[in-house]
Design a protein around this ligand. Sequence first.
Ligand code: SF4
Ligand code: SF4
Length: 227
Amino acid sequence: MCTLLVNATMIAMELKSPEEILKMLEGYRKIVLFGDSGCAQMCDVGGILQLEDMEDFLRQNGKEVLGRIFVEGGICDTNNIRQELIKNQEMLERADAFLIQACGVATQTLTELMPEKESFPAANSKFLGSMPERFVHEERCIMCGDCILDLTGGICPIARCAKGILNGPCGGSMDGKCERDPDTDCVWQLIYDRLKALGKLDNLRSIWKVKDWSLARGPREIIKQET
Ligand code: SF4
Ligand code: SF4
């Protein structure tokens, strides 16, 4: 038997509109851009090219871009970003604001590390997802705090069922497709097929308990014990 351990996750995000970005930067002239080689680059939001494009766009709209900081790894990793902050200290001190072409966590990380400056989000973080092909992002997880993928053959009904049904299907599924969108697979059909292939259809015999949504409410944190 082959077991795959998947250790990569990606926060799917998209850039806000140019109008929104200009509006949030009203009153700020000297800007520093941040991007990273993690989720931001994977989502074509904060890769090197997107930082260059943003610099051009802002310059054309009367801003002075002092520099671009492209962080190897994620901006959300404070170890990564701290080094960049030290390296670029003089430039950062001259800036009026930072524009973060990455997820909401990255923006909050910079806000916490450099509270004397304002950090603005250039992107909308949408969900935790997989990336089946370039430019396509599909929702896979809403970070519910109580993962049940072990029961469902590794397919999430919480994020992928239009009704979030825990003991599906809902009865509207037709030919394996979701009643809300005939182009989308009914996730409960996928789960059934998967469990059947795994010889685990018995998983569906019991009624699963109502989910404890208190686990999905923020603010949440994870504190790892040192080993
Ligand atoms: S069950 Fe919860 S944690 Fe697991 S993939 Fe689905 S939404 Fe995410
Ligand atoms: S058809 Fe399937 S995926 Fe669509 S809402 Fe019903 S159970 Fe959920």
